[in-house]
Design a protein around this ligand. Structure first.
Ligand code: UDP
Ligand code: MN
Length: 296
């Protein structure tokens, strides 16, 4: 009999042999600057978890629930507990003007939630825009000391399937589900040169969704700081970009390329039928009655 090396046996990791020739051919899985575009079937979840789990990482997750948007927190948090970064340390930062309406959700071991009170607003555009500023100042005050990576997510959303360590990277953006089949001149970028978010018709890579920004805490810090400054500069000139912080995000990412891009699997919209290249919807925006949930 061959003696079994118990130590080696316990550290052996078996997985399917990677192929150089066979993989997904229906989608592009790498950008022209060689960042991965994460699609189902392009990564082995067991293998990537095995790389990241020993690093003992903490993932910060910011979510804003201002005014009536507190109603989305329960489903957001419950589904995150089921699917988001399972097995990792997660710290949720919930920003709200209604701390008493934050539901109590059972969190798994190693997961924490803090509620941070912020002012409400009568303009949804301002709520959406001020997220950059609040994320920036909260990174300065605490997140920088408490986490390695950060994901900033829209609250009017639910997780449906794994969102795991395959999404980790230095600067991570998600392709908006509404525009990935369009040419760049059809993207709803800010088109007025007077705005600091301006992108000319013949520039642009993808249209990124503002419902998710992620990466190393320091890289996201710089992004939020730059976007906030430009938003305020525009405001000083009485201009508001077409899609507020999403426009500034797109402009930032055009000149500061993300190191990892998440496919629309990571940001779907419930009103949109699944397309054939999307094998799994991981996270999606719920259908909401804008007139009823927004302050104006
Ligand atoms: N938000 C909020 N209260 C509001 C409006 C917006 O808390 O009254 C936050 C919330 O986190 C939301 C995000 O800002 O997910 C973006 O706004 P919204 O989801 O309405 O934009 P959409 O996804 O519809 O473009
Ligand atoms: Mn949303």
């Amino acid at each position: 009999d061959i003696p079994i090396d118990e130590d080696q046996k316990s550290t052996r990791l078996l997985y399917k042999q990677p192929s150089v020739l066979v993989g997904r051919t229906d989608v592009v899985a790498v950008t022209p600057w060689l960042a991965p575009i994460v699609w189902e079937g392009t990564f082995d979840p067991v293998l990537v978890d095995n790389i990241y789990k020993p690093m003992n990482l903490t993932i910060a997750t910011t979510v804003f629930a201002i005014g009536k948007y507190v109603r989305f927190l329960q489903d957001f948090l419950e589904t995150a507990e089921e699917h988001f970064m399972v097995g990792f340390h997660v710290r949720y930062y919930v920003f709200t003007d209604r701390p008493h309406d934050v539901p109590s959700v059972n969190l798994s071991q190693g997961r924490h939630l803090s509620v941070i009170q912020v002012p409400g607003s009568n303009r949804w555009q301002e709520i959406s825009a001020r997220r950059m500023e609040i994320i920036q100042t909260t990174i300065e005050r605490q997140i920088r000391r408490e986490a390695d990576y950060i994901f900033c997510l829209d609250v009017d959303s639910k997780f449906h399937a794994r969102w795991g360590s395959e999404s980790l990277g230095r600067l991570v953006a998600v392709i908006h589900p509404g525009y990935y089949e369009q040419t760049r001149d059809r993207f709803p970028y800010e088109r007025r040169p007077a705005s600091t978010a301006y992108i000319p018709m013949d520039e642009g890579d993808y249209y990124y969704g503002g419902a998710m920004i992620g990466g190393f805490v320091e890289d996201v810090y710089t992004l939020t700081k730059v976007c906030r400054t430009r938003f305020e500069e525009d405001a000083g000139n009485s201009i508001e970009a077409a899609w507020q912080e999403e426009s500034h995000l797109n402009r930032y990412l055009l000149y500061n390329k993300p190191s990892k891009v998440l496919s629309p699997e990571y940001l779907w919209q419930d009103f949109k039928a699944k397309t054939k290249e999307v094998k799994v919807i991981r996270f999606s925006g719920v259908i909401k009655n804008y007139a009823e949930v927004r302050p104006n």
